[in-house]
Write a protein that binds this ligand. Structure first.
Ligand code: HEC
Length: 156
C-alpha cells in the first residue's frame, strides 16, 4: 500500500517535471524494456516504407494489413508483464505514453481509411504518424537521434 502510494506520487512528479523537457527515456529503462522497445521500433520502422508504397499504389489491402500490424506493435498492449508495466510507467513520463498511444491510434485510423479505400485519408494519417515519430524522438530520444538537437522548439 505504502509502496503503491509512493509509486503514484513518483508518477505525478515525473509527469510534471518531464512533460516539456527533452529527456532521454532510454537510460531509464530496464534491460527487458530496452529490448522490447528496440524491437518495436525496428518493426514499426520496417513497416513504414512498405506502408508508404501501399498507399502510393492504391494497394488498400496491404495498407490495411500494415496499419493493423503497426497498431498491434504497441508494447503496452502485448508482451508486457505487470512488472514491465510498472517499470515502464516508473521510467517514462506520462507524455511519452500519451504520444505512443496516439501513434497507435493513428495506425488504427489509417487501417480504417484503407478498409474504406480512401487514399487521401490514408495519406493524412501517414503524415500524422510521421509527425508522431518526430514528436517522440525529439522529446525523448535525442540521445539516439542528435539530429533533433538543433531543431528543438523552445521549451519552458
Ligand atoms: C512514443 C515514442 C516514440 C514513437 C511514437 C516512435 N518512436 Fe522510435 N524510438 C523511441 C525511442 C525512445 C527510441 C530510442 C530507444 C531505442 O533505440 O529503441 C526510438 C528509436 C527508434 C529507432 C532506433 C531503433 C534501434 O534501437 O535501433 C528507430 C529506427 C525508430 N525509433 C523509428 C521510429 C519510427 C519510424 C517511428 C514512427 C513511424 C517511431 N520510431 C515512433 C520512441 C518513439
Amino acid at each position: 500500500m505504502r509502496k503503491a502510494a509512493f509509486h503514484l506520487a513518483f508518477l505525478v512528479a515525473a509527469a510534471g517535471s518531464f512533460a516539456h523537457a527533452a529527456e532521454p527515456v532510454w537510460p531509464r529503462l530496464t534491460e527487458r524494456l530496452k529490448t522490447l522497445l528496440s524491437s518495436e521500433m525496428q518493426q514499426i520502422s520496417d513497416a513504414m516504407g512498405p506502408l508508404t508504397t501501399a498507399i502510393a499504389t492504391g494497394d488498400h489491402d496491404m495498407a490495411q494489413h500494415l496499419g493493423i500490424a503497426i497498431r498491434d506493435s504497441f508494447i503496452l498492449k502485448k508482451s508486457l508483464t505487470p512488472q514491465d508495466k510498472q517499470d515502464l510507467l516508473g521510467a517514462v513520463p506520462a507524455e511519452f505514453v500519451e504520444i505512443d498511444r496516439e501513434f497507435h491510434r493513428l495506425a488504427n485510423k489509417l487501417a480504417g481509411a484503407a478498409a474504406k479505400k480512401d487514399s487521401e485519408l490514408q495519406e493524412v494519417y501517414l503524415s500524422k504518424m510521421v509527425a508522431s515519430c518526430i514528436a517522440c524522438h525529439r522529446q525523448f530520444a535525442q540521445d539516439v537521434f542528435p539530429g533533433f538537437a538543433d531543431s528543438e522548439s523552445t521549451v519552458d
